[in-house]
Design a protein around this ligand. Structure first.
Ligand code: PMP
Length: 306
């Protein structure tokens, strides 16, 4: 466990207790901040902390900053280096979550994306499993639709868009479920509150397309790569209707926090035989080997911190 936590804040490393913003901060009021969720995995045998997809996360973050006209003024390489320094400073020796956020720091009242200064902060926290990986979870199809690209883009990890996720997840929890999946207004499945969705039917793996109001998930890409390389299955990217999820043999969710989480029940319907499916299990095995630095083939996914 890290003995002391620090944050990167206003261009330097400070104790986490000192990384505070003023209540008048513009982005705090309008959700006009772009953030990322990144993981680093501790390998006890290697005595190494492996940062996962650092470059890909910061590339996505800077792309999303473009959509919001946020200008953090740091390159992908600089952001990766700052993150490595921060992790070292905190002396993390456990699975760790990294949360960078770019926001408008001006103490001004107008909801706009021009004429304001951008700041970028990063903090870290120890994080084990976010959802139940071995027993699987129950998900509820939300009565809240997924945000549409021409309202707030789901592609963009923008703070304000997570009201949509929070409404769906809260409804699911209060109804006795673990997680929510959201639909588009046309009835196609978009994604979970913080996860992409996959189904397995007759040995085929299927996931909604990038044009379907989803985040361009980095774990989604990793799973597509692993399915092809390790299981010899080409993932099909196409629309999935709600009822097709019900009749799937397997359903799972992917995400940096969620990793590969099996879904055993959707609404009132038991998926497959109600146990974790073979393909889901196999993907979990190869995924965890790769992210923990135990498969050389995927060493390029990782940034060793120490
Ligand atoms: N969808 C949403 C809405 C998310 O918040 C996340 C988590 N970042 C994901 C999907 C999964 O994306 P990734 O695999 O890049 O973490």
């Amino acid at each position: 466990m890290a003995d002391r936590r620090f944050a990167y804040f206003r261009g330097k490393f400070v104790p986490i207790e000192e990384a505070n913003i003023n209540i008048q901060t513009n982005s705090f009021h309008y959700g006009t901040a772009v953030f990322e969720g990144i993981r680093a995995y501790w390998n006890e045998e290697h005595k190494q902390l492996y940062g996962l997809f650092f470059k890909e996360h910061y590339e996505r973050m800077l792309n999303n900053c473009k959509i919001l006209n946020l200008q953090p003024g740091l390159s992908v390489e600089e952001l990766v280096n700052i993150t490595v320094e921060l992790l070292k400073l905190c002396k993390h020796q456990e699975d760790t979550y990294i949360r960078p956020i770019a926001y408008f720091s001006d103490l001004k009242i107008s909801p706009k994306l021009v004429g304001y200064k951008t700041e970028l902060a990063i903090y870290t926290l120890p994080l084990g499993d976010y959802l139940d990986l071995s027993k699987g979870i129950k998900v509820k199809t939300s009565s809240w639709n997924r945000i549409n690209d021409n309202m707030i883009s789901a592609r963009c990890k923008v703070a304000g868009a997570y009201v949509n996720s929070a409404l769906a997840k809260t409804e699911a929890i209060l109804s006795g479920f673990d997680e929510a999946i959201m639909l588009n207004p046309d009835g196609t499945v978009a994604e979970g509150s913080g996860e992409n969705l996959f189904i397995v039917r007759n040995g085929k793996i299927i996931t909604p397309p990038l044009s379907g109001n989803i985040l361009e998930g980095i774990t989604r890409n990793a799973v597509i790569e692993l399915a092809k390389n390790e299981l010899g299955i080409e993932v099909e990217e196409r629309d999935i209707l709600r009822s097709e999820v019900y009749v799937a043999d397997e359903v799972f969710l992917t995400g940096t926090a969620a990793q590969i989480t099996p879904v055993l029940q959707v609404d009132h319907v038991i998926i497959g035989d109600g146990t974790v499916g073979k393909i889901t299990k196999r993907l979990q095995e190869v995924y965890f080997k790769a992210v923990k630095g135990e498969n050389e083939k995927y060493a390029h996914w990782l940034t060793p911190v120490y």
